[in-house]
Design a protein around this ligand. Sequence first.
Ligand SMILES: Cc1cc2nc3c(=O)[nH]c(=O)nc-3n(C[C@H](O)[C@H](O)[C@H](O)COP(=O)(O)OP(=O)(O)OC[C@H]3O[C@@H](n4cnc5c(N)ncnc54)[C@H](O)[C@@H]3O)c2cc1C
Length: 335
Amino acid sequence: MDVAIIGAGLVGRLCALELLKRGAQITLFDQDSADGEDAAGMTAAGMLALFAELESAESIIFEKGERSIALWPAILEELGIGDAYMQRGTVITAHPQDYPELDHFIQSLQAKVPQAKEIQPLDARGIAEYEPDLGHHQKGFYIPQEGVVDAQRFMEASYRYLSNNPAIKWHEKISVRDEELAKYQKDYDLVIDSRGTGAKDSLSQLRGVRGEVLWLETDEIAFTRPVRMLHPRYRLYIVPRPEHRYIIGATEIESDDKSPLSVRSGLELLSALYSLHPSFGEARVLKCVTNTRPALTDNLPLIQKEGNLLTINGLYRHGYLMGPSIVEEALKEIK
Ligand SMILES: Cc1cc2nc3c(=O)[nH]c(=O)nc-3n(C[C@H](O)[C@H](O)[C@H](O)COP(=O)(O)OP(=O)(O)OC[C@H]3O[C@@H](n4cnc5c(N)ncnc54)[C@H](O)[C@@H]3O)c2cc1C
């Protein structure tokens, strides 16, 4: 089977990895260079936030997320980066004035899925057992089932793996417009449109949701798992990466604008971070990254098959959380 994958971001790469197992010949097209710098998949923190995402999402996200958490370790092992997967749960906390909101948040999760009963309430001692640097916080919760994928390592390793496979051809810096898809459909047995926000002309309801993250470095804090802080106006997360680095995110702004971090977002993210722990005050800001998440009106993923054109899009904030299981479902009838 000869397959064209248009858009080699997170979804395109997951499709390629799966189709290789079925003996397909695959050509990957991307408007960006093959290293994927422009893909949202390269910006993401890679959190597999099964519960934290449920507050504003449907329970399908939980089911698909659970399945993806089961699939990720084998995908990363195959790429030779099994250690890019970490499942140590998440610690979530808040400032004292926001404790009612924190309780309400956890109760709303428990009302949605029975598995949320496993979320553990923590006092200061309990928090310190999981994250000693957060011992000054009096109240929090531990969510054991959540994990994280080192998204940047996945993007780098998948590029290397796919480039070294003789069944793969890369065509970088080729922008495929909607009206050209029919031509590809003639040339290939199967065409996968996984252009993320780049497919807006084909999918009228598709929109971009701007997200800004900061990369920080400090050896004064040693978080060992993702930490979230609940706040009435925004949600802050801190995701540890190797070499004392942290991803701080993320804003959520209804806009297709990929321009650099705004002063307001920087101030909000960094002041929330500083209020979580003042030792972040001496951290060094390594870079600020902005991208847009591809989202449909219902913020749920879309799998659409028309003839030999398979469209997978709308992964929104959940590309890592749901990608493997969505791709599994989308390709289940492809032999
Ligand atoms: C700031 C931020 C933080 C995030 N954090 C998380 C997280 O913690 N956990 C999580 O699960 N998800 C997270 N996400 C969401 C996740 O990154 C996306 O859901 C996912 O990347 C979507 O995958 P995709 O393949 O559809 O799009 P992308 O990864 O954006 O890939 C699309 C590809 O298509 C290419 N393309 C576009 N147009 C064309 C064209 N015309 N021709 C050829 N190629 C084209 C692009 O260059 C790109 O490589 C985050 C996203 C952002 C922005």
